[in-house]
Design a protein around this ligand. Structure first.
Ligand code: ATP
Ligand code: MG
Length: 573
């Protein structure tokens, strides 16, 4: 991966990924008359996560690259787990990521009538039958990869009887699970998916779109290839686990004489310290391990957004990790690298003290206040400057002072001079302690008026520069700091390890209720992003209101990815 980043810096035009190579070849052969049409097919049973973002970027990005189209299609074939809330969040997330399906929003449920007709067509060809085995019995008859399955005793029903029974199933004459419609393929196939798979099951449940019209619902494997075919999808991009299902999709389409999309499988995205299973993410939400789907610690797109991620950084990440045919796990530090890269360019710099320690400047006049000039973004000169107030009583970071510092501590300590950013040099004269606890609660310092702006006329040097805020001008705010949700690299990992929840990091959220921020932040709105100098990147949380401002730390400044790279480079030498 070290290589990947270095390559990018040298040649921004990367070579085509294997999917694009397939498409290039298809275009050369004028397959589908040069038409490129992809789709993103989420099941509305949860919120989208960073893995879905990869698929979204791939599908919409491919369409864009080739001047083609990409549909958004909800794969809503399972009524019991699907909800409108998910449809809404999914459309919001895709839009936020920067993609547009224009007027091509579809639902698999739009095709239920068509699918039913197709099923009847297969029955008439003698290629599908109604089976009375229970789900349990179907499983028992199925065999194993090495042992052939057994034919269902209902496999040789007449076409007439099958048509009648299937019609009765649709009319609701049987209870849930009493019968299924199965494809008649080959119970001895080495591919288990081909052993007479179930096409329809009986489920007396309301559907979020079709209501009570249906009490039989198509299985995913029956429905998915048909949906692609009906929409004329040319390249049906999906994750590797569907590779073994492709022969089945092809079989259905061949028997029906329907249009074939070309399915192409790629490896799903896995990230360190992250789980991607919707079932597990739902469990975290339902059992209250996190505060909802959009908790800033969640790998969901809504969580990342609330945390302060930019859509650009996610798109860059998805683009640069590329697509592969083999499963792998990507270091989450790489995602953070793209985040920092983007935030560094766009975030205005401000000063905010997270763990305040009061500082009194003894020789500064009691009532005086002055406004000093600060640079808004050194990466972007057009961002200009702003004025920040200075006065006798300030706050600095508690961790920037030590009474008995170790050798390499260059920040404030009794008798030492340091720079206050954009302000003055100050020297600590005294530390006041809480008599009971011994905790340092206040510092006394003197300032040198000749160092205004942060430079000494005699060129004398100080070893550190601290951020600060003026106490009487400061805004009090709550700041939420986040750490990884899991303690281990691969929490979903080994099935043997057992429950992933035991790897939850107990201190993934720290709330600092009383932070002091420079007054320019008073106008910050929900979604605004800043760099708090020395402390990281922050954004305004939606919990923020007129009474109380709330900020999330998106990420610290320290770039672990860069460090890892340096270390690797050193080891390679
Ligand atoms: P499930 O089907 O088990 O509910 P899912 O994560 O596959 O979970 P879908 O809604 O079916 O959820 O996913 C929509 C699309 O996103 C699918 O095409 C799927 O292949 C793709 N996708 C899901 N997870 C990842 C991932 N980690 N990396 C890349 N693509 C993914
Ligand atoms: Mg899926």
């Amino acid at each position: 991966m070290t290589e990947k980043i270095e390559n990018n810096k040298e040649k921004p035009e990367r070579s085509a990924n294997f999917i694009h190579q397939i498409i290039d070849e298809d275009l050369k052969n004028n397959k589908n008359d040069g038409r490129i049409h992809t789709r993103f097919p989420p099941e509305p049973n949860g919120y989208l996560h960073i893995g879905h973002a990869k698929s979204i970027c791939l599908n919409f990005g491919t369409a864009k690259k080739y001047n083609g189209l990409c549909n958004l299609r909800f794969d809503d074939t399972n009524p019991s787990k699907e909800e409108e809330e998910y449809v809404k969040s999914i459309t919001e997330d895709i839009r936020w990521l920067g993609f547009d399906w224009e007027d091509r929003l579809y639902f698999a449920s739009d095709y239920f009538d068509k699918m039913y007709e197709y099923a009847v067509q297969l029955i008439k060809k003698g290629k599908a039958y109604v089976c009375d085995l229970s789900a349990e019995e179907v499983r028992e008859h199925r065999g194993t990869p090495l042992i052939a399955g057994e034919n269902s005793p209902y496999r040789e029903r007449s076409i007439k009887e099958n048509l009648e029974l299937f019609e009765c199933m649709r009319r609701g004459e049987f209870p849930d699970g009493a019968r299924t419609l199965r494809a008649k393929i080959d119970m001895a196939s080495s591919n288990l998916n081909m052993r007479d798979p179930v096409m329809y099951r009986i489920l007396h449940e309301s559907h979020h779109r079709t209501g009570d019209k249906w009490c039989i619902y198509p299985m995913y494997d029956w429905a998915h290839g048909l949906e692609d075919s009906i929409e004329g999808i040319t390249h049906s991009i999906c994750t590797l686990e569907f590779e073994d299902h492709r022969p089945l999709y092809d079989w259905f389409l061949d028997e029906l004489g329907a249009y074939h999309s070309q399915q192409i499988e790629f490896a799903r995205l896995n990230l360190t310290y992250t789980i991607m299973s919707k079932r597990k993410l739902l469990e975290l939400v339902e059992k209250g391990y996190v505060n909802g789907w959009d908790d800033p610690r969640m790998p969901t797109i809504s969580g990342l957004r609330r945390r302060g991620y930019t859509s650009e950084s996610i798109r860059n990440f998805a683009d640069r990790i590329g697509v592969a045919k083999r499963e792998s796990i990507v270091d989450v530090a790489l995602l953070e690298f793209y985040l920092r890269e983007d935030l560094n360019k766009r975030s205005p710099r401000v000063m905010g003290v997270l763990r305040p320690l009061k500082v009194v400047i003894n020789n500064y006049p009691e009532d005086k206040e002055e406004y000093l000039t600060a640079i808004n973004n050194p990466e972007d000169p057009s961002a200009g400057t702003r004025k920040i107030p200075f006065s006798k009583v300030l706050y600095i970071e508690k961790t920037d002072f030590m009474e008995n510092p170790p050798k390499k501590f260059y920040r404030l300590t009794p008798g030492r001079e340091v720079r206050l950013r954009y302000a003055y040099f100050i020297t600590c004269t005294d530390a006041v302690k809480d008599k009971r606890t011994g905790e340092i609660i206040e510092l006394h310092c003197t300032y040198d008026p000749a160092t205004k702006g942060g430079d000494a006329p005699d060129r004398r040097k100080v070893k550190s520069t601290l951020h600060w805020v003026s106490a009487k001008h400061a805004i009090e705010a709550e700041v939420r700091l986040y750490d990884r949700l899991f303690k281990v690299e691969n929490p979903a990992g080994d099935k043997d390890i057992g429950d992933y929840k035991k790897f939850l990091n107990p201190i993934s959220l720290e709330i600092l209720p009383r932070c002091f921020l420079e007054p320019s932040l008073i106008s910050a709105k929900h979604g605004d992003r800043f760099q708090f100098e020395r402390m990281g990147y922050f954004c305004v949380d939606p919990d923020s209101n007129n009474q109380r401002m709330v900020f999330n730390r998106t990420i610290t400044l320290r770039d672990t990815w860069e460090r890892i790279q340096k270390k690797q480079a050193k080891n390679n030498r």
